[in-house]
Design a protein around this ligand. Structure first.
Ligand code: OGA
Ligand code: ZN
Ligand code: ZN
Length: 399
C-alpha cells in the first residue's frame, strides 16, 4: 500500500509530464504590454508566465547569483522594477531562455528551472502542497479508524520510505502509532534522532511521565489529565510529542484521549461563529512556574489559544471574562464529544502534532509491582518538514 502511495506522489510530482521530450526542441517567448514574459513550451504545454521584474531579480548569472550558497548576491539592491527587456530569446540555446536587458545585462534561464517556478495557479498549488507542506486532513471521532496509521519501529529506523510515510502521517493526519519498539529507555530519543534532534525544554531532553512523590507537574500525578496541548506557555512550542509507553498501567485507567483541535475549531467556527470569534480575540495568560532537573523557571505566553494551564492572572477587561468562559466551555464540550480513547501497550509509541492534537489521559492506579512509565521527547516541525523535503527530493525522478 505504501509503495502505491509513494509512486502516486512521484508520478504527479513533475510539473509537466512532457519534460523529457521538451529537451529536444527550441522554446520561444514574448513580452506583453504589462511586462509579463510568456514562454511557449516546446512540448505544447500551457505557456509559462513570469513578470519581467521577477526574472531580473532572479537572474542566475554568476554576478547576480551565488550558485554554491543558492543566494542572491545583490546586497538587497537590484535593478529597477522598471528595467526593460531589449530582446528575448535571441540566439537561443536549446531549452534556454535568453534575455538581453536595456541596462546591458544578460540573463539565461533553463526551461526546467522556469517550469518549476511557473506562476500558473496549478503550479503554485503543486509547490505548496508537495514541496512546502502536505495538506492537513481534519478528522472527527467517527473517522478515527480511517486516519490511524501504524508503523513498525524497526521499519521506521531502517527504511527511509517508511520514515517518510511516518512523517507524512504526522503532517497530514496529525498523529500515528509506532508498534513493537524495544523495551529500552532510549526509544523516544532514537526516533527523534532519526528525524533530526530533540527539542530541549524546561523538562530536559527526554522526560519521564510517571507518578512522582512531590510531583512538580500535573502530568506526574495519577489523576486524569484533561485534554490539552503541551507547553502553551512557550512562545516556541514543541512541534510533535513522541510518547513511548515503557510500562503501561494494569489498572483500569491510563488510556489516552485525543481530539483533532483544528477540526473542533472549524466546527466551532461553523456552528458557533460568535463563540469562535471570542476565542480568537481574547488573549489568555498561559503560565508554568516551577523547578525541574535543578532549574527554576517562570514561563508566560499570552495568546488567544485553547489550552489548559491557564494562569489565574487574566489580563483582559472585566466584561470580556464571562463571554470567554462561555466560548471556552463550548470548545471543550465539542472537543470531548469528538475525543477518541485508546490504551497503548508497552512498546507502542504514540506520536502526535502538539500544535494541533488535544490529548489527555484517564486516571490510573500504580501498584507496588506495576508503575506506569512513559518516556517522552519533542521535535520541532521545522526539523520534520525539512526531513520530509529531503527524502522526497532524493526519490523524485529526474530525466
Ligand atoms: C503529558 C501527557 C499523557 C499520558 O505528560 O503531557 O500528555 O498518557 N501524558 O500520561
Ligand atoms: Zn545577472
Ligand atoms: Zn501532554
Amino acid at each position: 500500500m505504501f509503495v502505491r502511495q509513494f509512486n502516486r506522489y512521484f508520478l504527479h510530482k513533475l510539473p509537466h509530464s512532457g519534460d523529457c521530450l521538451a529537451l529536444k526542441s527550441l522554446l520561444s517567448a514574448s513580452v506583453t504590454e504589462g511586462n509579463v514574459v510568456v514562454v511557449q513550451q516546446p512540448n505544447g504545454g500551457e505557456p509559462l508566465q513570469f513578470p519581467s521584474v521577477w526574472l531580473r531579480d532572479n537572474c542566475q548569472c554568476s554576478a547576480c547569483f551565488h550558485a554554491n550558497t543558492k543566494s542572491r548576491q545583490a546586497n538587497w539592491k537590484r535593478a529597477s522594477v522598471e528595467s526593460r527587456i531589449r530582446s528575448i530569446n535571441g540566439g537561443a540555446e536549446k531549452d534556454v531562455l535568453t534575455i538581453d536587458w536595456q541596462d546591458n545585462h544578460k540573463s539565461t534561464f533553463r526551461l526546467d528551472w522556469l517550469q518549476d517556478r511557473d506562476f500558473a495557479p496549478t503550479n503554485r498549488k503543486r509547490y505548496i502542497e508537495e514541496v512546502y507542506k502536505p495538506t492537513y486532513q481534519l478528522w472527527g471521532k467517527s473517522e478515527f479508524s480511517n486516519v490511524l496509521r501504524s508503523f513498525e519501529f524497526k521499519d521506521v529506523m531502517q527504511q527511509e520510505e517508511v520514515l517518510l510515510a511516518w512523517l507524512e502521517s504526522l503532517a497530514i493526519q496529525g498523529f500515528s502509532r509506532i508498534k513493537n519498539s524495544p523495551h529500552d529507555l532510549t526509544v523516544a530519543r532514537q526516533l527523534a534522532d532519526r528525524i533530526g534532534y530533540i527539542k530541549r525544554t524546561t523538562y530536559g531532553e527526554e522526560f519521564e511521565v510517571k507518578s512522582k512523590d512531590n510531583a512538580r507537574n500535573y502530568a506526574y500525578l495519577m489523576t486524569p489529565l484533561p485534554l490539552h496541548t503541551d507547553m502553551p506557555y512557550y512562545e516556541y512550542k514543541a512541534g510533535i510529542n513522541i510518547l513511548h509507553c515503557y510500562v503501561q498501567s494494569q489498572s483500569q485507567g491510563g488510556s489516552n484521549l485525543m481530539t483533532d483541535g483544528f477540526y473542533i475549531a472549524e466546527k466551532l467556527r461553523k456552528e458557533f461563529p460568535k463563540l469562535f470569534e471570542i476565542l480568537v480575540k481574547t488573549p489568555v495568560d498561559w503560565y508554568d512556574i516551577g523547578k525541574d532537573g535543578g532549574m527554576s523557571f517562570h514561563n508566560i505566553w499570552r495568546a488567544p489559544t485553547i489550552c489548559t494551564k491557564r494562569d489565574s492572572h487574566f489580563t483582559v477587561p472585566l466584561e470580556q471574562v464571562a463571554p470567554w468562559y462561555e466560548a471556552y466551555d463550548k470548545f471543550i464540550e465539542l472537543a470531548y464529544a469528538e475525543a477518541v480513547n485508546f490504551k497503548t501497550n508497552p512498546g507502542d509509541v504514540f506520536v502526535f502534532n502538539n500544535l494541533r492534537m488535544l490529548h489527555g489521559r484517564t486516571a490510573y492506579e500504580d501498584s507496588p509491582t506495576n508503575k506506569r512509565h512513559l518516556i517522552g521527547a519533542y521535535v520541532d516541525w521545522d526539523i520534520i518538514y525539512s526531513k520530509i523535503r529531503i527524502i522526497r527530493a532524493k526519490y523524485s525522478t529526474k530525466c
